[in-house]
Design a protein around this ligand. Sequence first.
Ligand code: GAL
Length: 595
Amino acid sequence: MPNIPARLRKRPRHLVARIACVLLLTTYGAPAGAQALSATPPMGWNPWNAFRTEVDEAKIVANAQLLVRSGLAEAGYRFVNIDDGWWLRREADGRIRIRTGIFPSAALPDGTTSFRPFVDRLHGMGLKAGIYTDIGRNNCAQHWDRDSPNLPAGEQREREVGTLGYQDADARLFFGEWGFDYAKVDACGIADYGPDSVGVRDGTYRSLSPLIARKAPARSEPAIVEALYARYARAIRTAAPGTLLEICAWGEAEVGNWAGRYAQLWRTSSDIRSNWGSMLANFDSAARRTLFAGPGRWNHPDMLEVGNGDFDVTHPVEARAHLSLWAIIAAPLILSLDLTRASPELIAILGNREVIAIDQDPAGHQGVILSHTAEADILVKPLARLGHKAVALVNRSTRPITLGVDLADLRLSPRGTTIVRDLWSKDVAALRGTRIERRLAPHETALLCIEGQAADPDTVFPDEMPAAIAVIDAGQAMPDRGRNWIPARLGFRPAGEPILRNGRPDTGTLGVASGSRVRITLAKRFRRVEIAPAGSSGTPYTIVADGRVVLRAKADGRSAIRLNTAGVDKLELQAPAGSTADAGFLWSDLRMIRR
Ligand code: GAL
């Protein structure tokens, strides 16, 4: 029986079950890492998908008021972030002047400009405030929205509103003086202003040799891009340590492999659009990167398109599916619709507390892919409470299909009662048998909360604690790697080939890049770790416990080794170097044993 507060115990069992997912948020202390900035994925609103650069203060404030009035703020959507279009120019003293034509409250009586009144107003409403900048000299709209009336004005230098060269001063201004709580830092300034770009050729902008070549990883400069973001992160930490940093480099420059060192969230793909295919592509870009997320570090597949295009009120199935997919992978939930035009039905979808509770579960695990085809996905997200798991059965296709999982796939015991709660239909039932199955309409996702019993409470598999696993060195990359090369995955090799067991990806096995280093935080909670290192390389692998090498050996077949890990906090798995053409290395059959 879950640990339910006395005042609820008298209620009928089904009612208690109905609210249990939400209770998780309040009754269970958050695990290690909870002190991290952004211990759960950030939630809020951003005007970009609804207004592009045609944004103004009145529209933002109207949306902020609706966040509060509709209850969405109370449900967790608290950040209100400005996006592109707010700058007027950079003045001779380096300070940025705000475009007061669209942000009237920024005009101060002494002729200067400040966002302080705007930020104070949002804070006064119980909200938080975010601002937008670019890591280069120029911004995105200056290249991609050249006809916008809201582009920075003035001489070439005055139009350089990006933060390059002004990191410390800008950070002091935005987060110290103006009081913003969140920074979205875009990357067009280091991607789109090469000597051949239109704006550079006609003299509007200075040339900056691109450090990011979009969709051409071999021509990007990840180390320099990382150094620039590290520099800006340092400036933010100095100016206002509690500020969240979003790196918006669209999954380029291997950003997902290093961003977690500096940022709380980072984009894993190019911009989302309000159609089904784009939503799925962005979902996939983040869903594959399970081992990079955890409290304080989140993969960000972009803002939600719920309310727009294929996800508007006439497409509730798609709207619910979109939110469910973001929730199961613990993605940031940043709304980007015009709430002044949203129907109560849409607000109800966005405000579904149980779905939000899955996203915000304090354990901070990103859901793990149990199976993936062009037509369907099945994901499982372990929740903070032992034996509780969220499951998403995802119909990606345009025809009805049936999807299901066995309790064994979820590592749950067939004995005892298993409650299955459908977080959209609100149906709650005890499971009969050992298989959970749903008939799904085209594009439908069933998001289920399963309350069962762990099959073996003393043995924990990597798919049950993905947030405790972190990739600390991406290792060797294949020379022809694309953006889809992922240095460490559960149940897949880095290039995407599934590692199968009973026809399903074997999520007890990590497929990693040669030369990679993966760290498992055991937090002194496991007496033993079992693992079967497997790979064709002739060089040895190394296992390190709290900085001490405990094993150095060549992988020999798939024979299991047992490590005594009593008292060990961090276990590090160092894969051997390989040839440039290899398929990486496997840490097979990994399990952590309590006693
Ligand atoms: C893109 C970014 C979008 C939006 C836009 C503004 O690079 O991915 O989310 O911020 O710039 O111009």
